[in-house]
Design a protein around this ligand. Sequence first.
Ligand SMILES: *Cc1c(COP(=O)(O)O)cnc(C)c1O
Length: 433
Amino acid sequence: MTNSTNGHDHPGFATLAIHAGAAPDKTTGARATPIYQTTSFVFEDADHAAALFGLEAFGNIYTRIGNPTCAVLEERIAALEGGTAALAVASGHAAQQLVFHTLLAPGDEFIASKKLYGGSINQFNHAFKNFGWQVKWADPDDLSTFEAALSERTRAIFVESIANPGGAVTDLAAIAAIAAKAHVPLVVDNTLATPYLVRPFEHGADIVVHSATKFLGGHGNSIAGLIVDGGTFDWLADDKYPKLSQPRPDYAGVTLGQRFGNFAFAIAARVLGLRDLGPALSPFNAFLVLTGIETLPLRMQRHCDNALAVAEYLAQHPAVATVNYAGLAGDRYHALAQRYCPNGAGAVFTFGLKGGYEAGRQLATSLKLFSHLANVGDTRSLVIHPASTTHRQLTDDQRIVAGAGPEIVRVSIGIEDVRDLIADLDQALGKSG
Ligand SMILES: *Cc1c(COP(=O)(O)O)cnc(C)c1O
């Protein structure tokens, strides 16, 4: 169990969520992590400056590359995921961009699950073309499609642990085995699960990314992204990852994979990706995400308990055709949920209305307590009709495989009193059904 305390050597999840990476401020005694709202840091002397720039010493130079408030957030997420190191960046999309920038060169390919956040589908199909990175789509419900998509140029496999928007649970261990056999890293977007529900490194993942904008921050007040290095992948085994396995002309011939061992990926994403592409996280947003993470175990359990109660209510409602929540006993992903996320199947799921497209649109605007907006993972309950909003840019076929057909409504269940959420759904379904 991830949320228990298992002895003095290994603090439990709830303890790490509050303490990992943080200590009282040495100068002032401040107990909460200070917001180091500064662009740059004074060097001790010329040798110290040279050592920092030569990657011979760790320390602060300039907030685009690293910042002490962001560093506490990095240590905390690395501890919660069980990784070796992490990197905090400006958004979940920036995290994905930096991961692929570190792994791929123009002409390279990666395989991605078709069941993804709509923004990621757009980023991979369109923006990444400008870098010469080719996505090959695979179906997580048919693992042979991952094997079939492998080629000489494959450099990574990308999946979500609990997939947006349909709440599908991914068989991480099976996909990790395919990645390991091909010797490419498995990158897992753990946004909807958070490490409270799923810890992808325990199932063979090599890199974890997060949109901390969602449940980690948890209060709908800041955009942030995280990259966690599992420390498991051997970057020097072949010449597929030259940024890690070749001497760097921009760092006096240092080979990052040799110098930094089991946290070389996190270093490379920072000193080659964040340094040169620039999507740095503001220290203020790092502070807000850190504050959110302190209550992550409490919030996630409440999110999951409320989601299950709402899903059970919807499943028996006459206007509802389908409910896709892996926490429900009859769901097609229920067995995977019991295996990968026994504490709960998350709080984002979809359901289909018998009234189709119009009923879906109508429901999203008839709810009063639920907010109609494009986000998930807020304390507040949220609703959206994907086909007319987040998944509007996709083709009909892409929408259906992504779990966002015309009749589908997506909810992100908050931590309010669940009877108030059910009462709101009841009045709105009365209008749209
Ligand atoms: C929101 C989200 C992203 C993108 O994150 P931003 O912080 O909005 O850039 C990526 N993956 C998933 C699963 C998300 O929900």
